[in-house]
Ligand binder design. Structure first.
Ligand SMILES: *Cc1c(COP(=O)(O)O)cnc(C)c1O
Length: 402
């Protein structure tokens, strides 16, 4: 079967989400941007929002903005993400630090809640920051790291996880969607497996939030952390969110006790006394400009709805896989992403030894994917901004440059 460009054009014409693209700042229509999972595009509404926070809130209203405009941002935006994208209840989610710092707090709190257990589990292929944090905490506390390996293109299975578990494991750190292969893990099943030995789960949602439907309450996830600058379009360095299961909240205490996490913070009293709710996971003053930029993008995803977003995401990745099979496989490329759409997130990785050089040529010619070591070109297909013709043209360029 030959796929021609009109196939992609027809898919775009029938796309119920097509109009959302017009709500983003797009200055160069010739640029094929396939990296919305590293840095999502800028929503027009976010540009306006940041300008207003800058000029009105900061420029004119000054310190008064803290009390009447900014103080509730961490919980308000947390609730917006939680309710529409995470299957969480109001009060379950807070927006605060970078993903790295939030993960550190989460893993540390989970370890503290399982005193006496001497091991921590993580996948060998997990994102570097997750691995380094586990290594740091293991070294500080003299814990054993149990590596799940090799996760491979299909991701961690129940059997692989079960093989490293016993009653000495305190916590496992897992990514719902793998940053390289896009493998989508069975969050509910793996969490249940961890609970069967009394271990806690810390889920990294960086590559799943905003692209895959998530139901943290139904899946009985203990702690989850995710990024807001990828599919949520929150802008470079926008702060992360943290979810903690309601019935664990009084057992889990994050380690960075700052004044923002204290009851009656403005009393500035002696001794730390944690807030009773998710505010306890705050540490210091949040970055307001970055946080304000998150809200319009999340509101847009909430408006579009996760089921249509997931449907389009699967169709986009399916087109990329079909084009890989037709054009790239004969050139020696290998698909490094699960073939079954229900087992993958919203990116597709194709691998060949010279991927780094090919990526450089693609960027020069106006196609922006991401190179992922050792040999992958990763194509991030953001459902609100990527068109089917972008997938078609981007894949054609790889076939041409490769
Ligand atoms: C992007 C990403 C991060 C990013 O962490 P930062 O602290 O924002 O740099 C962490 N984990 C995963 C899986 C990611 O994809």
């Amino acid at each position: 079967m030959t796929i021609d460009r009109s196939t992609a054009e027809k898919l775009d014409a029938a796309d119920l989400l097509a109009d959302y693209r017009n709500r983003f700042v797009i200055n160069d229509e010739t640029l094929i941007y396939l990296d919305g999972n590293s840095l999502g595009r800028l929503p027009i509404a976010s540009r306006e929002r940041v300008r207003r926070v800058l000029e009105d809130d900061w420029g004119q209203h000054l310190i008064r903005s803290w009390t009447d405009r900014w103080l509730d941002l961490p919980s308000r935006i947390g609730d917006l993400i939680g309710q529409h994208l995470l299957g969480a209840r109001p009060g379950d989610v807070i927006v605060s630090d970078s993903t790295t710092v939030a993960l550190y707090k989460a893993i540390s709190a989970a370890l503290d809640a399982r005193p006496g257990r001497r091991s921590v589990v993580i996948e060998r292929d997990n994102f570097p920051t997750d691995r380094y944090l586990v290594e740091s905490l293991a070294q500080q506390r003299g814990l054993e790291i149990r590596w799940v390996e090799p996760a491979g293109t299909e991701g961690v299975t129940d059997a692989q996880l079960a093989a490293v578990l016993d009653e000495t494991v305190a916590v496992a750190v897992l990514s719902q969607v793998d940053y390289r292969s896009a493998a989508l893990l069975d969050m509910k099943g793996l969490t249940a497996r961890l609970h069967s030995v009394g271990a806690l789960s810390v889920w990294d949602l960086c590559h799943s939030v905003g692209s895959v439907p998530i139901d943290l309450v139904a899946d009985e996830v203990d702690i989850a952390v995710g990024c807001t600058y990828k599919y949520l379009n929150g802008g470079p360095g926008a702060p992360s969110f943290t979810y903690v299961r309601a019935d664990l909240r009084d057992q889990l205490r994050q380690p960075i006790w700052g004044w923002w996490g204290r009851r009656e913070m403005f009393d500035m009293d002696q001794g730390f006394d944690a807030q009773p709710d998710m505010q306890a996971w705050l540490s210091g003053t949040p970055s307001v400009l970055s946080m304000a930029a998150i809200e319009p993008g999340v509101a847009m995803i909430a408006e579009a709805g996760m089921p249509p977003i997931r449907d389009k995401s699967c169709a986009l990745t399916a087109l990329a896989v079909d084009l890989h099979d037709e054009w790239l496989e004969p050139q020696g490329w290998v698909l490094a992403t699960p073939r079954d759409p229900s087992r993958r997130g919203s990116h597709v990785t194709v691998a060949r030894a010279d991927a780094l050089e090919v990526t450089a040529r693609l960027v020069e010619s106006g196609v922006i994917p991401d190179f992922r070591r050792p040999d992958g070109i990763r194509l991030g297909l953001a459902p609100l901004t990527t068109r089917f013709v972008d997938v078609y043209d981007g894949m054609a360029r790889i076939a041409q440059e490769g």
